[in-house]
Design a protein around this ligand. Structure first.
Ligand SMILES: [Zn+2]
Length: 220
């Protein structure tokens, strides 16, 4: 998990160089700078964004977190409370962990889903959320927390999105980033079924085939 945390920070740096980066790990969104929780021992999202604000302050003044893991991302939400430079879009199942009401106050655009939400509704909500978020805020970088615990049958996520739904979701987010010329860092976050590993691999292959990651973004 320390390597994964280092990977998230490195991915931020790489995304500034070529427009995109994917860390096959990280996305410990329940950990804040003060305390861990929900399998998350290091606050890699906070560290990644703080690193870019500190060391790349000329190019990164604002950040958007697009958190599409099935759970609310309460760790970094606590860290970026009242921080105008960080816009948080969080789409999650409201009926599962962590029920962190205080952290919810940091979410600029909140989409709360019900148990068993399926592809059509899920993708419609994600698309609507991205459209609104990017009309309200122009970030210098997007941190995409791409949890696969939205997959049907996940023992913790409670949602019912298919493999194809996950692939379409990732495509949607990368399309938005690329279309708006915003560098993007993807972190893989939660996912509690063995088959999610293959789905993540298939989704990355799909992003490559769609021309979204096989070349550097042109003048992102
Ligand atoms: Zn999760």
């Amino acid at each position: 998990m320390r390597y994964q945390t280092g990977g998230s920070i490195l991915a931020g740096k790489v995304a500034l160089e070529r427009g995109w980066a994917i860390n096959i790990g990280g996305g410990f969104h329940h950990c804040s700078s003060k305390s861990g929780g929900g399998f998350c021992p290091y606050a890699d999202i906070t560290l990644l964004i703080t690193f870019l604000f500190n060391y790349y302050s000329q190019v990164v003044r604002t950040a958007m977190i697009v958190d599409l893991d099935a759970h609310q991302g309460n760790g970094y939400e606590r860290d970026f409370k009242d921080n105008e430079k960080v816009y948080i879009l969080d789409v999650y199942n409201e009926g599962i962990y962590p029920f962190d009401k205080e952290a919810k106050e940091s979410i600029r655009l909140k989409v709360e889903l019900q148990h068993h939400t399926k592809d059509a509704e899920y993708l419609r909500e994600v698309k609507r959320g991205l459209r609104i978020a990017l009309s309200e805020f122009q970030p210098d970088i997007i941190v995409y927390n791409a949890g696969t615990d939205i997959l049907e049958g996940d023992p913790l996520g409670g949602l019912s999105v298919s493999e194809m739904g996950i692939i379409q979701r990732d495509t949607l987010v990368f399309n938005f980033a690329r279309h708006n010329k915003i560098p993007i860092v993807m972190l893989t976050s939660g996912g509690y079924q063995k088959r999610t590993a293959k789905i993540i691999a298939n989704s990355i292959i799909n992003l490559k085939e769609k021309g979204l990651i096989n070349v550097p973004f042109e003048k992102y």
